[in-house]
Design a protein around this ligand. Sequence first.
Ligand code: SAJ
Length: 425
Amino acid sequence: MAKKQTVCVIGLGYVGLPLAVQCALRGFRVFGLDTDRGKINKIKAGAAPIGDKFLAENLTRAKIEATTDAKVIKKSEIAIICVPTPVDKTYYPDLNPIKKAAISIAKNLKKGQLIIVESTINPGVCEEVIEPIFAKAGYKIGRDYQLSHCPERINPGDEKWNVANIPRVAGSFTKKGLAMTIKFYKKIIDAEIYPMKSIREAEAVKIVENSFRDINIAFVNELAKSFDQLGIDVVDVIKGASTKPFAFMPHWPSCGVGGHCIPVDPYYLIERAKANGFDHEFLKIARKINNSMPEYTVELLRCYLNREKMALKDTAVGILGISYKANVADLRESPVIKIKKFLEKYGANIFMFDPYISNMSNVKNLEELLKKSTVIILATDHDEFKKIDPKDFKKNKIKIIIDGKNCLNKEEIKKCGIIYKGIGR
Ligand code: SAJ
């Protein structure tokens, strides 16, 4: 029997843990390394620290040696960095988690190791931030180790696409490194592994993918604001445009763009390009538009209250949803955080309920929220909310509904005598 290759996955979050599981299922010996002891203990007990269909189905089937001890790196032929790459308050990329991971590998390097970065990084980070950490430790690419980038493409909550079937791109410093990387991913992923000509181009792919999404969402958000003035239902228009079988890709306006990727990744490119003398005006305007949507949502509510001779101050506002995305429990960059701040500024009485984030909810359940609220902002299109019978709004004497995800039945709600306003509809 050929000796099992050993993989060490560093960072066991929504990217690293499914990757570790998939490597184990495909016959690798897997060390899972994380600084969070609580997470390690949960994984050891076979309990997934995050809600994810792939993990629910596979975690207990996969043997992962979960640990906080970085010494396991030196036992691994392959070390994969899957740590977060957030932006700070000024939207500047925070590369500290990546640097810390690289330093712990440099301290525990195994000769000939293949090191792969899956975390989202901007073009140039491998050459200018990560490689120097190894050079400082006296290690040379090719001679002592290989360094590659294979950007993660995990889509939280997606029941169809997961670590086992999402195509990937990969880039490396050397031909040998690229060959080793492609060979590895072909063993664990049943999809195309597209070789990039350089590591810098591989870093650019993910940023471009997510910036593409951000600017398209900004386009429809700006349309929504314009069509609100023109009395045009932007959702109907986008559905109409979607009948064109080519050269159109629908995106949808909403109360804001949250998550760990879309509102973050464009800033990587904006900052990187600025440092190299180019100003991404278009990306910045798109970010500005998307960042304006939480306030726009609250302003819509304020305007519709004023029409009823009411004010936001002291009005009981029920916020349906806290998570940034439907049917997941994830607060990162959630628009609700800003919506809450704007409502507080106006002195509203705020009630919040999210079935996935009960610790942030200040009511026990949906019934209590509806009972206590005079007006509603729907901020997350959880399935549970889309099923609410408009009569329940009526029964609870809800006066106004701002549908921040355009997911409720506008006509049925209006038939109940409730004022309905969507984002652009
Ligand atoms: N959103 C809109 N309008 C849209 C689509 C999304 O307002 O038309 C909002 C969502 O409500 C959410 C935010 O944008 O607040 C992000 O939504 P998302 O569907 O893009 O979800 P994410 O953040 O999980 O993005 C992931 C990304 N995956 C990776 O980075 C590996 C992204 O590249 C995927 O395109 C996206 O999933 C996806 O397609 O669902």
